[in-house]
Design a protein around this ligand. Structure first.
Ligand code: AMP
Length: 436
């Protein structure tokens, strides 16, 4: 095992000791683990107090973290941040019922970064021993979380590393051996590989985050996650933050087992995307769908657009057909190699490709702020997936449009979606501007 010395000054007790789990938020170690932010101070980030809103300024966060939050353009806490942070910042376990699009990633990252900045480790540190472990079901989601973590730690000496399948294992191992890791973000399978080969040691984990637990259950990952959780300290000796969009009995059992006296927070779907998305449903026959899709792409003035379909083969067929039409299109589905998916997402983010075709699983990890349109080429079988899909647009204070194509085969899926949303969706024939 490599012994690496942390390059941060070391003047506080090891925060990883179980007795010290409740946070030292005295500010004693403030700014010790920071990269230079000499030219910045909090006067450059002024947000007026507003009734009913929580500012990040109200949470007494260290300056390097505030600086990164300012760079991200966040002004007020999202509801999940406002509700979760007061508890997670003081070291409590939190169970959050929340979808993507609510700001839950920043909610858990801010809590751990605050902790690590205040409580730097003074003892010698070892390679492959993360202070925080974040487990998420898909590679895309892991990459997105890691990207957010890097942005939020931009002004801190905290290292973020990623372990995902489908990417060069050798490189991931080399990086683990050569740098310390503070925040490790991983999919369960690849993490087990690294833990089994003793490249990663989880017994020093102070904060464990389980993201999209319901999806991990659906994907059959729970036995692996259980093994991973067993490698971390006992639940009273670590902080556990647990997120799931839905809470079934199975999910509840995991909460019971893995969390210690958690605070529960619930963010309903209506609080988020649904309100900022103009949801349209067009009735048509299945053989009219492709022509309508082309017209939507051409006429809707879409900045960027994601088309969701239910199956991989459908997604692939759509991708090929759009390509043949000369449309700059990318594909995100499980069968596309990871590196290619990352490259596709980058091209989408930079605007080189305007249209992305995706399956639900691959689409989960897409966090791009300026997606103007989501098209449901087929309505999803799970109503929650509808909320996830439309949540790709209408993000970060912007409005978006979702267009669902409902043919006879899709129509029976509408009612469960309406039930989940708590409102009726008006079904129309496609408007004149989209007719031939
Ligand atoms: P998430 O639910 O973590 O996928 O976050 C959804 C999106 O909201 C991301 O693009 C974040 O950058 C953005 N976001 C998170 N917190 C805030 C905030 N307090 N203010 C504005 N945007 C935010």
């Amino acid at each position: 095992m490599n012994i690496l010395t942390s390059d941060s000054p070391q003047d506080s007790a090891n925060a990883n000791k179980s007795s010290n789990r409740r946070r030292n938020r005295s500010g004693r170690n403030r700014n010790n683990q920071n990269k230079k932010t000499a030219s910045w101070d909090i006067s450059q980030f002024q947000i007026e107090p507003a009734p009913g809103k929580v500012r990040f300024h109200d949470l007494d966060l260290p300056d390097p973290l505030m600086h990164a939050i300012a760079d991200l353009g966040f002004e007020y806490c999202s509801p999940i941040q406002a509700q979760a942070l007061p508890h997670s910042l003081s070291g409590h376990d939190v169970v959050g019922k929340a979808q993507t699009g609510t700001g839950k990633t920043a909610a858990f990252l801010i809590a751990m970064i605050d902790d690590f900045l205040r409580n730097p480790i003074e003892e010698k540190r070892y390679a492959g021993e993360p202070r925080a472990l974040i487990i998420a079901p898909t590679r895309e989601l892991v990459m997105q979380i890691a990207e957010d973590a890097k942005l939020l730690t931009k002004y801190c000496d905290l290292n973020v590393q990623v372990l995902v399948g489908g990417m060069d294992q050798h490189k991931q191992r080399q990086k683990l051996e050569s740098d310390l890791v503070d925040i490790l973000v991983a999919t369960p399978g690849r993490l087990i590989d690294f833990a089994t080969s003793n490249d990663v040691h989880l017994d020093q984990v102070e904060v464990l985050v389980i993201d999209e637990a319901d999806r991990m259950l659906d994907m059959g990952f729970i036995p692996q996650v259980r093994r991973i959780v067993r490698m971390t300290p006992r639940n009273e000796n670590r902080q556990t933050l647990f997120f799931s969009a839905t809470f079934t009995d199975d999910v509840e059992r995991l909460v019971e087992r893995w969390l210690h006296e958690p605070i529960r927070i619930e963010i309903e779907p209506d609080n988020m995307a649904a309100d900022s998305v103009d949801q349209r449903v067009y009735i048509l026959s299945s053989d009219e769908k492709f022509a309508l899709l082309k017209r939507v792409i051409a006429n809707e003035n879409a900045e960027s657009l994601i088309v969701f379909a239910n199956r991989r083969d459908e997604v692939k067929r759509l991708f090929e057909k759009l390509k043949r039409e000369g449309i700059a299109v990318g594909i995100l589905s499980g069968e596309v190699p990871q590196q290619k998916r990352v490259a596709t997402l980058d091209r989408f983010k930079s605007g080189q490709i305007k249209v992305l075709v995706a399956t639900d699983v691959a689409g989960r990890g897409i966090h791009v702020d300026n997606i103007s349109h989501v098209v449901n080429y087929t309505l999803p079988e799970e109503p929650e997936d509808y909320v996830h899909r439309i949540g790709r647009t209408g993000r970060a204070g912007k409005t978006g449009v979702s267009i669902s194509f409902a043919c006879e085969d899709d129509s029976f899926r509408l009612e469960p979606i309406e039930k989940l949303l708590g409102k009726k969706l008006e079904c129309k024939v496609p408007p004149a501007e989209h007719s031939e």
